[in-house]
Write a protein that binds this ligand. Structure first.
Ligand code: GLV
Ligand code: GLV
Length: 319
């Protein structure tokens, strides 16, 4: 008999097919956390559950899980929506999806940089709205990306994949990270030991750090003030790293020329100003959203979970 995997959040048919080869998938028709926990509590045979960013589990939710649960799989690289310590206390391993999505997220970061700097949203609107009256010398003049300084906050796998792409644009790479990288990984990127020093060298400032309690609100008015005049801010990590009101003020007064955002504090609600502003090039949290990557994420969880349930180690355990 295959172990029972409770899908607290449904994925999609191809991903389910990857998982159902190894596990009996149990679905729920509940779409609230309370309803899901209630139906789970009536099941004594569930060995693992799968969640997404859309289903945060705090310590109160985790203590209510049935005793049979040995693992929580999150279909994400970020684990900030789960109380890892509470899970550990109950002997529940949390599996996540590092590495397999880094390249897709880096592609998306470049899209945000280019879209924001070259005013792609305004251009698209002009074109699709049937309002384009022809080429004009000063139409939608943006900012160059090539040959500019790119500051990367968070030089993990995603940050390094962004740097690799940006070198193709002849950008000068600067970064801040908790630890300086060894030279072979640094590839001549310029290290700054503080976020403020990085900001001062960032024509493009790209947030690619893992979300932790320490990064909450770090990109605030004081930090934004350190950016060179007319900088572009890109966020591919989590919305709550940025103070929205501070960024909106900087976008309104032009100190920050544009922002490329994939993530938002309180998403899917977003600050209403972001919807109105022409200089915000925004996507609805699509960083890892390619079919190939989303299938790799499912396969990684499948393999990790099989190992764990067989009493073996897995590399993608977060707690
Ligand atoms: C997406 O933001 C993820 O954490 O995978
Ligand atoms: C633009 O299309 C140009 O030919 O300069």
């Amino acid at each position: 008999d295959k172990p029972v995997l409770f899908m607290a959040c449904p994925l999609f048919a191809q991903a389910h097919a990857l998982l159902s080869a190894h596990f009996t998938l149990r679905h729920t028709t509940e779409n609230t956390l309370a309803g899901t926990l209630a139906s789970l509590s009536a099941m004594a045979d569930v060995e693992a559950l799968l969640v997404t960013l859309a289903m945060p589990l705090d310590s109160q939710a985790i203590v209510r899980l049935p005793r049979s649960v040995k693992a929580i799989c999150t279909y994400s690289v970020g684990t900030n929506h789960l109380d890892l310590a509470a899970a550990k206390k109950r002997g529940i391993k949390v599996l996540y999806t590092p590495n397999v999505l880094s390249e897709s997220c880096a592609d998306a970061a470049l899209l945000l940089m280019l879209g924001a700097s070259r005013r792609a949203l305004e251009g698209l609107r002009l074109l699709k709205g049937g309002e384009w009256s022809g080429w004009a010398p000063d139409q939608l003049l943006g900012k160059d990306v090539w040959n500019q300084r790119l500051g990367i906050f968070g030089m993990g796998r995603i940050g390094q994949a962004i740097a690799r792409r940006a070198r193709g644009f002849d950008m000068e790479i600067h970064y801040h990270n908790r630890l300086r990288l060894p030279p072979a990984a640094e590839q001549k990127a310029i290290y700054h030991d503080s976020l403020a020093a990085l900001a001062a060298h960032s024509d493009y400032f790209c947030i690619a750090c893992p979300p932790t309690p320490e990064t909450l609100g770090l990109v605030d008015a004081a930090l934004l003030a350190r950016l060179p005049e007319g900088a572009v801010v890109v966020n591919i990590s989590r919305g709550d790293i940025v103070n929205d009101n501070a960024l909106i003020a900087a976008l309104n007064d032009g100190h920050v020329a544009a922002a490329g955002l994939d993530v938002y504090a309180g998403e899917p609600e977003i600050h209403p100003a972001y919807r109105q502003m022409d200089n915000v090039f925004g996507l609805p949290h699509l960083g890892s959203a390619t079919l190939a990557t989303r299938l790799r994420m499912a396969a990684l969880l499948r393999d990790g979970l099989s190992s764990i349930l067989a009493g073996k180690a897995a590399a993608n355990v977060a707690n």
